[in-house]
Design a protein around this ligand. Structure first.
Ligand code: ZN
Length: 203
């Protein structure tokens, strides 16, 4: 399986990290070994002193496809989940400064927390999915997919020009504003349309 991730896909988040709003999706990937499922705890890695959470809506690819046309794009995903794109912000800043790839800052073990999936057909409006992150009970991110710069269909069309989409691949679609650091002992909880789907404690 492939784990695609989209960076800077919400204007307010691009702004908070002083990044320009992209004209095309900013794509990176994580290896399957990055997955952290079943609400297991996350163990703070030794190589960073500035680990951040980024709560994101995750799409699951439901059938194989290449060069998908816009009018068929919505047929390539049928489920969504919540994910946390854990990021070693200090390492990422060093990579960005040097113009290096981000993998060691973004693709390390357990850096892709993933909740269970829900059917999109059970969600009232797939173009306006509300999702929220609480850190230690306090609301820190409050997102809505209506604010995506590149929406789900656009991402399917775009990614499938470069990569064969395969059933079971997932796309982390980007994070809204409110990203921030975690420390050992913190509890992160993710809500999708008001339902708590994701929970992880930092150990
Ligand atoms: Zn992200």
């Amino acid at each position: 399986m492939k784990i695609f991730c989209i960076g800077r896909n919400y204007r307010d988040h691009a702004k908070e990290l002083n990044n320009p709003v992209p004209k095309k999706p900013l794509v990176f990937m994580k290896p399957p070994s990055a997955l952290l499922v079943n609400n297991k705890p996350f163990y703070y890695p030794e190589f960073t002193k500035d680990l951040h959470y980024e709560l994101e809506i995750v799409l699951k690819i439901s059938k194989n496809g290449r060069h998908v046309q816009k009018e068929f794009a919505s047929g390539y995903y049928d489920q969504v989940a919540l994910g946390i794109d854990f990021t070693a912000r200090d390492i990422q800043d060093q990579c960005k400064e040097k113009g290096h790839p981000w993998e060691i800052a973004k693709g390390f073990d357990n850096s892709a927390a993933l909740s269970k999936f829900v059917n999109i057909s059970d969600i009232a409006n797939k173009d306006a999915i509300k999702f929220q992150m609480k850190k230690n009970g306090e609301l820190v991110q409050n997102g809505n997919t209506k604010d995506l710069i590149f929406n789900f269909d656009y991402l399917i069309v775009y990614l499938s020009q470069f990569f064969k989409l395969q059933q079971g691949d997932v796309i982390y679609t980007g994070t809204p504003a409110g990203v921030g650091p975690v420390k050992i002992g913190d509890l992160l909880e993710g809500y999708l349309e008001g339902d708590k789907l994701l929970e992880t404690s930092i150990k």
